[in-house]
Design a protein around this ligand. Sequence first.
Ligand SMILES: O=C(O)c1ccccc1NCC(=O)[C@H](O)[C@H](O)COP(=O)(O)O
Length: 210
Amino acid sequence: MRTRIKICGLTREADVDAAVEAGADALGFVMWPGSKRALTVEQLERLASLVPPFVTRVGLFVDQEPDLITDCAPWLDMLQFHGNEPPEACDLYGMSWLKALRMRDDIDLHQEAARYHQARGLLLDAYRPGVPGGTGETFDWSRVPHDPALPIILAGGLTPDNIAEAIHQVAPHGVDISGGVEASPGCKDHDLIRRFIDRAQGADRSPAAS
Ligand SMILES: O=C(O)c1ccccc1NCC(=O)[C@H](O)[C@H](O)COP(=O)(O)O
């Protein structure tokens, strides 16, 4: 099985083209205004119109109003909820969706997977109080169950230098990166994107010896 790859926090047309060319399976567009990578609906429309078929366009939201999500929906293939959205709030749009879970010390992943059982997958991200995502920080990958009830997308502080070890340890369905392929917030480094994708695709997925 091949690890799927999402490049997140895209804000520039050239970066969208570079991520697609490098082989990204999905592209993430941040719609939360508190992010340095945030887009307007008009910017999303422009960037999303560049994405060819069979590359998934993912919109990222943090406890945001349904009207905004509805306005973004025509330009997206999947929704990603990064806040405290209850399952019923995620399932309002007739679209596939991911639930991001920040790996607090007290999180019960089994319970969360049951709660969000309608999600297409769970994106496991680092936990920093007050910061919903894009922290650039890793969490202890040994905390990810090897028999998850839903496909796992590993996120949080991934880089071209640690992605092979992350995949070897976790063998996730997919991986997600933002800061680790940037020259500055929202401005992607194309060489880092290519290096990340090459190393992710070449990584050994066999679980590390326990
Ligand atoms: O990227 C952001 O600025 C962001 C802000 C608020 C909510 C989510 C955000 N990003 C969503 C992602 O899926 C990121 O790729 C993920 O958090 C990992 O980020 P990084 O640790 O920088 O690779």
